[in-house]
Design a protein around this ligand. Structure first.
Ligand code: SF4
Ligand code: SF4
Length: 82
């Protein structure tokens, strides 16, 4: 599937341990990435500074579902399992 642009759930729900510009220690779970803009798009998309873990995350129906809320809830559930 293609990413539902403007969703942003995978930039909010999961914790990220890699450094992110502006968040040198990464980000905690359930916290907006500082690089997520008001349209819920990544300000670093296509740039070398974008963490590898972000580029490696691929949209899939099981996680992203049909709504932004579904994706947020699913990613938060996965976060609590790890
Ligand atoms: S959770 Fe899925 S649909 Fe939402 S922004 Fe991330 S990859 Fe795209
Ligand atoms: S760097 Fe970009 S893709 Fe990665 S979590 Fe932040 S906004 Fe999302």
């Amino acid at each position: 599937m293609a990413c539902r642009l403007g969703c942003g759930a995978c930039c909010i729900a999961p914790s990220i341990s890699s450094p992110i510009p502006g968040m040198p220690k990464g980000k905690p779970a359930n916290t907006r990435c500082i690089q997520l803009n008001e349209e819920n798009l990544c300000k670093l998309f296509g740039k070398a500074e974008r963490p590898k873990v972000c580029a490696d995350f691929k949209p899939c129906p099981d996680i992203c579902g049909g709504t932004n809320q579904f994706a947020l809830e699913t990613l938060l559930e996965l976060e609590m399992l790890t």
